[in-house]
Design a protein around this ligand. Structure first.
Ligand SMILES: NC(=O)c1ccc[n+]([C@@H]2O[C@H](COP(=O)([O-])OP(=O)(O)OC[C@H]3O[C@@H](n4cnc5c(N)ncnc54)[C@H](OP(=O)(O)O)[C@@H]3O)[C@@H](O)[C@H]2O)c1
Length: 247
């Protein structure tokens, strides 16, 4: 896929992977629109990066998702790529009563919002000669890390939905990508860290970006980055082993 000449909407562009994608696509000659909840961050990013267009939006709110879509298509009718990137990651202990509000918020952010946004933009994207929907999943889509069970389940669900969407879009101009990052040093999960100076850990974001952009350029529809490849491959191997004796 060309990385220049596109008009791209990235959800969750105020930090981490979304912001890195935004700067990179802008540098490579695409028009970039980002959204997020934090107005101060959006203003700062717009000031620091002339060319990045910003829109405040909380993607957990269905009416804000609809407004985002209407606004984007009215002002940027050339829009040809949607990157469903925004996500949150909560530690949830399932052995005692959970805070259902938090659980629902995580599922709404990571799973329902990408489904809804995809469906809102799909008809428009199909009118473009080259278009894409890129879903950011995770290596944890393939093997869960037990202290964040809902997060991992949302990422497994996004992997599944991406397969179905790719099938539904197979006779259209819309390429459906899944990008599965490994642990990457961003702000993810900072809400649960008492010490805000502690980082997420993982590979530097520049390393993630290099491999992810290469996957996009080469039309690698499942771009599984770094250590996520091991999780993906191991699961396939287990699946093959478990099913080897059945027809
Ligand atoms: N970092 C990793 O190790 C890793 C690994 C695998 C997958 N991923 C995935 O990569 C994606 C990006 O995460 P990141 O690592 O870059 O984390 P991050 O630095 O925390 O960025 C998350 C972004 O999502 C936005 N966001 C969260 N809730 C939102 C909401 N309700 N409405 C609009 N925007 C919202 C945040 O913006 P506001 O706070 O301004 O709203 C922020 O821009 C996520 O889907 C994550 O699951 C990350």
């Amino acid at each position: 896929m060309q990385t220049s000449g596109n008009t791209i909407l990235i959800t969750g562009g105020t930090s981490g992977i979304g912001l890195a994608f935004a700067k990179q696509f802008l540098q490579e000659g695409s028009k970039v629109i980002i959204c997020g909840r934090r107005a101060d961050r959006l203003a700062q990013i717009a000031a620091d990066n002339p060319g990045i267009i910003t829109k405040q939006c909380d993607i957990t709110d269905a009416s804000q998702r609809e407004n985002l879509c209407n606004w984007a298509l009215q002002h940027y009718p050339d829009l040809n790529i949607l990157i469903n990137n925004a996500g949150i990651q909560l530690a949830i202990d399932l052995t005692s009563p959970v805070d259902l509000g938090k659980v629902r918020n995580e599922i709404e952010t990571n799973f329902i919002a990408p489904i809804h946004l995809t469906s809102l933009f799909a008809a428009h994207l199909k009118t473009k000669s080259e278009a894409a929907i890129m879903n950011v999943s995770s290596g944890l889509a393939f093997v869960p890390l037990a202290f964040m069970p809902v997060y991992c389940a949302t990422k497994a669900a996004i992997h599944s939905v991406t397969l179905s969407l790719r099938h539904q879009m197979k006779n259209t101009s819309v390429k459906v990508f899944e990008i599965a990052p490994p642990s990457t040093d961003t702000e993810l999960g900072h809400e649960r860290r008492a010490d805000k100076t502690q980082t997420h850990g993982g590979i530097p974001i520049s390393e993630f970006l290099t491999e992810a952009m290469e996957g996009i350029r080469n039309d690698t529809l499942e771009t599984v980055v770094g250590q996520s490849k091991g999780l993906r491959a191991k699961r396939e191997e287990l699946f093959d082993n478990m099913n080897s004796f059945t027809h």
